[in-house]
Design a protein around this ligand. Structure first.
Ligand SMILES: Nc1ncnc2c1ncn2[C@@H]1O[C@H](COP(=O)(O)OP(=O)(O)OP(=O)(O)O)[C@@H](O)[C@H]1O
Ligand SMILES: [Mg+2]
Length: 312
């Protein structure tokens, strides 16, 4: 993506709409605790000119669930998740978030709904005129009444978790692509949003850092009951963090289900994808300690009840 387009995207998201996930507001939103799917993608079709990029997609995502989207380059993965936050509009079909049709919202309501999301962009999309520290502090300064001292504590914890605290004072142009990715993740997580979308969070990272990112995704889910949609080419990651996997092939969902079922699918494209990534089936057997989405939801309710309405 060209830099200008990238900046427009981020300023639409972070600067203008200021949509960088607001965990603080979440506790007061009773509708988001309702049972049933939190996100429903209903018969979604997206065409760019003559080209159909998404072809009648139907997916439901429960609160506290991690849906991993896999698929080859150009399959439509980024386009699909961009619809969730209305960075793209459907040609037909609907996206419902807690029953609200995203495409029908005006600017004001849209920015309110968007605040519940955090997004890690495929191309990290940092503000290049701000330091690493200021990039991560940005959503806190815009969205909360936290003091600079509190902001500093929070930002440094996130930078530290992602192993980039030493680069806090650097400008984005002075850090590597892998570091920029980690800063982008820190920025998406800093407000502890309710729904997190990660577009290739581990691409370009070394295997050790990739596993740290997986752990963070799991931690966000277990600690905060976050609903996550993760796009990845990293099959090890997909099978470690997914409650469900959906594979996109040429704009259609080819297979969808728990990772073990997807692996066992005899769909030709799925087999090729899974086998070319040499995933060890033993890894799936180790998943038994994971909490279910229902357990995660229960923990979240407990935490909100204990902590009361958070400070906005
Ligand atoms: N704004 C746009 N205008 C025209 N075509 C687009 C636009 N955005 C995406 N496309 C096309 O839609 C198709 C799907 O793109 P998308 O970025 O969703 O793929 P992807 O699955 O995320 O691929 P990758 O793994 O390479 O990131 C591609 O053919 C792309 O060229
Ligand atoms: Mg993509």
């Amino acid at each position: 993506m060209r830099l200008a387009a990238q900046r427009a995207e981020v300023s639409d998201w972070v600067g203008y709409e200021v949509g960088y996930g607001v965990g603080y507001e979440v506790g007061t939103m009773s509708e988001s605790d309702a049972d049933g799917p939190q996100i429903i993608i209903e018969d979604l079709v997206k065409r760019f000119g003559e080209r159909t990029v998404l072809d009648h997609i139907n997916i439901k995502i429960d609160r506290g669930e991690t849906l991993v989207v896999i698929g080859g380059s150009g399959a439509g993965k980024s386009t699909l998740v961009r619809h969730l936050i209305a960075l793209e509009r459907p040609t037909s079909g609907r996206i419902l978030v807690d029953g609200v049709d995203m495409a029908a919202l005006g600017d004001f309501e849209l920015s309110r709904v968007r605040r519940r999301f955090g997004m890690v962009f495929q191309k990290y999309a940092l503000f290049d005129s701000m330091t690493v520290y200021d990039n991560v502090a940005f959503p806190l300064r815009e969205q909360t009444k936290m003091s600079e001292r509190e902001i500093k504590d929070r930002v440094m914890v996130k930078l530290d978790e992602l192993g980039v605290a030493h680069a806090a004072a650097r400008m984005p142009a002075e850090i590597s692509g892998g570091m920029a990715k980690r800063v982008g993740i820190a920025r998406a997580l800093v407000l502890e949003p309710e729904i997190l979308i990660y577009d290739e969070p581990t691409s370009g990272l070394d295997p050790v850092t990739s596993r740290t990112v997986d752990e963070l995704i799991e931690e966000m889910r277990e600690r905060f009951g976050v609903t996550s949609v993760v796009i990845t080419h990293d099959m090890a990651s997909a099978f470690d963090i997914a409650d469900r996997v959906a594979m996109l092939v040429r704009g259609k969902i080819a297979v969808e289900g728990p990772p073990e079922n997807v692996m066992a699918s005899d769909h030709e494209d799925v087999q090729r994808f899974v086998h070319s990534s040499a995933i060890d089936p033993a890894r799936i057997a180790q998943r038994s300690a994971r909490k279910s989405p229902a357990q995660v939801r229960a923990l979240r309710k407990e935490r909100l009840a204990k902590q009361g309405a958070p400070k906005v």
